[in-house]
Ligand binder design. Structure first.
Ligand SMILES: Cc1cc2nc3c(=O)[nH]c(=O)nc-3n(C[C@H](O)[C@H](O)[C@H](O)COP(=O)(O)OP(=O)(O)OC[C@H]3O[C@@H](n4cnc5c(N)ncnc54)[C@H](O)[C@@H]3O)c2cc1C
Ligand code: SF4
Length: 351
């Protein structure tokens, strides 16, 4: 525990965000970082709990949060980076867009704002990239085994990196034209700029991972071929089956499923020319029980439409669903509202 009284002395300070009027004019990331001294104070708020709920229950990766909080407080950034990478292949992604269930689990959150863990995580990894500490880690010995990973979303990228570092020859088959899965074609740039992804993919390639895009396993290459050719097959294909709804007007022109809309917008931002016009009249983002509520996809769609110049945006849903369970500092429906969306019960639609 870096500073015994840190949680009493210091208040939580969230990462600053670019002003609304500025950020709705472009697709660049909205979140900025605190200067080092203020970040170290945030790390000093960690109480190094006997049972660290953040690490034990909150983080699906079991990130060793109290330890790297302590290292950041002491200015031991490189050690913190090594510890962060011990459990997480993509901290620059989780540091930007993870819903931060660690913060929702933080003991300090019982009677005060929780430790701003996600912000500290991002600062550690971005410092690592800036300092040149993050370099390709080639396997010291080759195993002579071949592995294929189907799908290049975060699950596929992490699996491919671990396999390559274990010395195996790794090929990733991706049916889309670029690797990255939903990180590439679901999540908009204002939450995750795509150079962040490309930087990590370049590291994987330098470690020996071969990406083959526009290859659909099961169609372009058969399952039998995969079994014959590779010693191991990892299926990390995600799930793209939309949950559609039956509503009056669902079949009208201009009513899109969120993922179709977001994929098209991400492509446009990446500089692709699209055949079909997918500018939104209404976007359906459907979640639990088939109800239309402002989900992650809904918020992303609303904020994307705002940047597209859509004049009227309504982010709605049944009143008790009008927020997502996200820790302070995350991108929430409130943030969409701050970007110009209006909240309303009933349908999630952008008009
Ligand atoms: C709009 C949206 C916003 C989100 N925002 C967030 C967020 O802010 N924070 C967060 O933590 N989570 C968010 N999520 C959830 C997160 O994106 C997913 O949990 C995560 O991407 C799942 O990773 P994955 O690797 O399993 O699958 P995916 O990212 O879906 O990747 C699977 C890949 O496999 C490929 N593939 C599928 N079948 C084949 C095949 N037969 N052959 C070759 N390739 C194939 C696909 O093309 C795809 O590229 C969001 C999801 C959506 C839809
Ligand atoms: S639960 Fe909160 S205060 Fe306790 S160790 Fe984790 S981050 Fe620190």
């Amino acid at each position: 525990m870096g500073k015994v009284t840190g949680f009493i002395e210091y208040q939580r300070e969230d990462a600053p965000k670019r002003p609304v009027a500025e950020r709705v004019g472009d697709y660049r990331e909205i979140e900025q970082s605190l200067p080092e001294e203020r970040l170290r104070r945030q790390a000093a708020r960690c109480m190094d709990c006997g049972v660290p709920y953040c690490h034990t229950f909150g983080c699906p990766l079991a990130n060793r949060i109290p330890d790297w909080n302590d290292m950041v407080f002491r200015g031991q950034w490189r050690r913190a980076l090594e510890l962060l990478h011990a459990t997480n292949n993509l901290p620059e992604v989780t540091g930007r867009i993870c819903p931060a269930t660690c913060e929702a689990s933080c003991t300090l959150g019982i009677n005060a704002p929780p430790v701003s863990i996600r912000q500290i995580e991002l600062a550690i990894v971005e410092r690592g990239w800036r300092e040149g500490w993050i370099v390709p880690e080639r396997a010291p010995r080759r195993s002579g085994k071949r592995a294929v990973v189907v799908g290049s979303g975060p699950a596929g990228l992490a699996a491919a990196q671990q396999l390559a570092r274990a010395g195996h020859d790794v090929v990733v088959y991706e049916k889309a034209d670029r690797p990255g899965g939903i990180l590439r074609y679901g999540i908009p740039d204002f939450k995750l700029e795509k150079w962040v992804l490309d930087r990590r993919i370049a590291q994987l390639e330098a470690e020996g991972v071969v990406f083959e895009t526009r290859v659909e396993a099961g169609r372009d290459v058969s399952v039998n071929y995969l079994r014959r050719t590779f010693d191991a097959v990892v299926v990390a294909a995600g799930s793209r089956v939309p949950r559609d709804v039956r509503l009056p007007g669902r079949d009208l022109a201009g009513v899109h499923l969120a993922m179709d809309y977001l994929t098209a917008q991400n492509r446009r931002v990446a500089g692709d020319t699209l055949d079909a016009d997918l500018s939104a009249t209404a976007v359906l983002a459907v979640a639990r029980h088939g109800r239309a509520v402002p989900t992650e996809a809904g918020v992303n769609s609303g904020a994307t439409a705002r940047r597209d110049g859509t004049r009227r945006i309504i982010a709605g849903g049944p009143a008790h669903h009008a927020r997502t369970p996200q820790a302070p500092g995350g991108v929430q429906p409130a943030a969409a509202a701050a970007g110009g969306a209006k909240r309303r019960g009933g349908l999630a639609a952008c008009a």
